[in-house]
Design a protein around this ligand. Structure first.
Ligand SMILES: [Mg+2]
Length: 190
């Protein structure tokens, strides 16, 4: 798969690509001394269903996007399954909730950092696969995320980026910045 795949149309549908953790649901504070696969991480995905909390108001935003004609496509890294930090059955319970959201498609990369996949953000594989499947025009679409890997995936795919501010990502340079998901409705317009 290459960025300028000839199968991805020069015109086509508009999509909002959405990250999951930190965009649709809250991330979890693990404190100062938490490591996953040797990497220090403080804020992580929920590792089990009991930690999973949707952010308020997201259903209404997703519905509004659909009414305006935007495809709503989830693109999420979930390497904790591969790392053994999240039991697969807990992931399935969480995703059962996510699948009830008004989304048009869902892409999950479960690979770890050293698996050499093409889908794990910051690589654009999930966005490009969706673009090919749905006939999405990437330059008129948006990726909404909360981390650097979301922004880099957007850039690599040739789509625009919106970052959801969380007080920790102020140094990241996105095309737009929103204080909460509902604010993307003003950014993207009709
Ligand atoms: Mg995130």
């Amino acid at each position: 798969m290459t960025i300028n795949s000839p199968k991805i149309p020069a015109t086509g549908k508009r999509a909002i690509f959405l990250d999951r953790d930190g965009v649709l649901n809250d991330v979890v504070d693990r404190g100062e001394d938490f490591f996953v696969q040797g990497k220090k991480v403080r804020w992580t995905a929920p590792f089990n269903y009991n930690e999973f909390r949707f952010k308020p108001g997201i259903v209404e935003v997703l519905e509004a996007l659909g009414e305006r004609g935007w495809l709503r496509i989830l693109v999420t890294n979930q390497p904790d399954i591969t790392y053994g930090t999240m039991p697969p059955e807990e992931h399935e319970k969480i995703m059962a909730e996510v699948k009830n959201l008004p989304l048009d498609d869902i892409y999950v990369c479960i690979h770890g950092r050293n698996d050499g996949c093409l889908c794990k953000k910051p690589l654009p594989g999930m966005l490009l696969t969706a673009a090919e499947k749905w006939g999405i025009h990437l330059p008129s679409s948006y990726m909404v995320g909360d981390t650097k890997s979301d922004l880099e995936a957007a850039r690599a795919a040739g789509t625009r980026s919106i970052i959801i501010s969380d007080g920790r990502n102020n140094d990241l340079a996105s095309d737009w910045r929103a204080e909460e998901l509902a604010a993307i409705l003003d950014i993207i317009g009709e």
